[in-house]
Design a protein around this ligand. Sequence first.
Ligand code: SF4
Length: 555
Amino acid sequence: MSWIPVRMLNEIQYCERLYHIMHVQGLFEESADTVEGAAQHKRAETHLRKSKAAPEEMWGDAPFSLQLGDPVLGITGKLDAVCLEEGKQWIPVEGKHSASPEGGQMFNVGVYSLDGSAWPNDQIQLCAQGLLLRANGYESDYGYLYYRGNKKKVRIPFSQELIAATHACIQKAHQLREAEIPPPLQESKKCFRCSLNYVCMPDETNYMLGLSANIRKIVPSRPDGGVLYVTEQGAKLGRSGESLTITCRGEKIDEIPIKDLIHVSLMGHVQCSTQLLHTLMNCGVHVSYLTTHGTLTGIMTPPLSKNIRTRAKQFIKFQHAEIALGIARRVVYAKISNQRTMLRRNGSPDKAVLKELKELRDRAWEAPSLEIVRGIEGRAAQLYMQFFPTMLKHPVVDGMAIMNGRNRRPPKDPVNALLSLGYTLLSRDVYSACANVGLDPLFGFFHTMEPGRPALALDLMEPFRALIADSVAIRTLNTEELTLGDFYWGKDSCYLKKAGRQTYFAAYERRMNETLTHPQFGYKLSYRRMLELEARFLARYLDGELVEYTPLMTR
Ligand code: SF4
C-alpha cells in the first residue's frame, strides 16, 4: 500500500476532487503562494533547528519536526513542530495562514460533529498527526492549531468523535486513490479560494457536461509568471536564495524571483547551474534549450505527473483508429477555420480561395481516414501559404519578395525565418502544456510518430499556428517593429540577428499574454492560458470525464 501524506487529508475535507487532482493525479502545481509557503516552511524549519527555541510563543519549549509514517493507517507526514508538554505528552502543532472560524457552532463531517473553534479539515489533519505519533509509540492526546490570520491558538483535544472522523477520512482517501476523478462542486464558493481551480475548471466542466449553464470567472486570465529568454552568449545562470541570477563575464546582469517565472529559454552558449535547475524543476518552471538560430534542442520539465492512468488512456485511445480520427478531424477543422479567418481578416485572398478553404474545412469534419485528413490539411496549408503575402503591408521590399512560399530547414526569407521561430516557440509551449497536465507530448493522434518527435505537441498546436506564430510574424513586419535590417542571409538561409531575436521574443510573449474571449465560456483568457486549457480538456476527454474534445476556433 502506498502512503497518503497527512496534509492531503486536509484537501480531501475541502473537496474530494481537489484531493484527487493533487494526490491521485499528482497535478499539484507550484503557484506564487505555494512557493512562498514552502519557503516560509523552510525558513521556519531552519530557524527551529538552529535556535532550538520557538519562533512563536505558542510553540512552547523544544520544538522540532518529525517525519513519521504508519503502515497500518497508510499515512505519512512531516509534523511541523512537536512540543513535549507535561513531561510526557507529544503535541503536534500546525500553523495556518487563514483565520480561525468565529466559533460557537459545530461542524458536521459526515456523521460526526466537530467543535467549531477550528476548521474541521485542519482538525482532521492535526488529529492524523496525533494518530501518527501514537502509532509510533508517543503519547499524544491533543494538539494546537495556530491561525496566523487572526493570531489565534486553538487547543484541539483528540476526542473519540474527531478520531473517528479522521479514520473515516483516511479510509475515503484510500478509496479515492482507486477511483475516477469525482465531479466538480456545483456553484460552490469554495472554488474561488481553491488553489487548483485553474486545473479543475469546475464551472467549465459542469457546463460542458450539461450540468450548469452558469460559468463564473474563477480561472485567472493569465498564468502567474513569465518566460525568461537568455540570449547573451557566455551568460551564466545561478541561484541566490529564491531568485535566479544572471552573470556574464563576471558581472551580474539581472536577478529575477523564481516565483515570477514559468519558463526559462536558453539560447546558444548559456550555462545554468545544477542548483538552479533543481530549484526550477521543484517549482515547476520548465527550461528549454535553443540554438542561436532558434532550433529547439531540448526541454527540461519536472517528472510527468504520477497520473499514469491518463497516460495509459492516451496510449490506448490514440491507437484506436476511430478515436484518433475523430480528434484529428476536429483539430484540422479548427486549424483550417482559423487560417481562413486570419486570411479573411488580414489579407485579400480571392473569394474562390476562401470558398475552397471552407470546403476543405467541412470535408475534414467528415474525412473517412487519417490519410485523407492529412491530405486535406496539406492542401489547405498550401492555399493559405500561397496567399499569406496578401496579409503583409510590404510583401516586396527593394524589389525583393520577403516571402517565397513556405520554406524551412533552413528558412530562406524573412517571413519564413519568423514563421519557423514562431512555430518552434509554440511547439515548446504546447509541449510544456502537455507535460503540465500529465500527457506524453511525444505520443500523438495525427502527426506520424518518429523517435524524439513531439507528435502530440505538434497535433495540439495546429489550430494555434495562425493565431499566434503567424500573427506575430505579420504584426512585427507590418508595424516595422522588425525590418530587413534585423535579418541576415547565410548560404541559402535567412535568420534574425541578435537584436531582432530579442524584439521577436518580446512580441511573441506579448501575443501569448494577449487575451481573447473564449468562444464557449464567454470570458477572457490569454493565449497561454488557452493552450493550457486545450491540453487539460484533451486530458479530461481521454479520462472519460468529457464526451468530446473541441479545439479553439476564433470567429
Ligand atoms: S475548484 Fe472547486 S470543485 Fe474544483 S477542486 Fe477546487 S474546490 Fe473542488
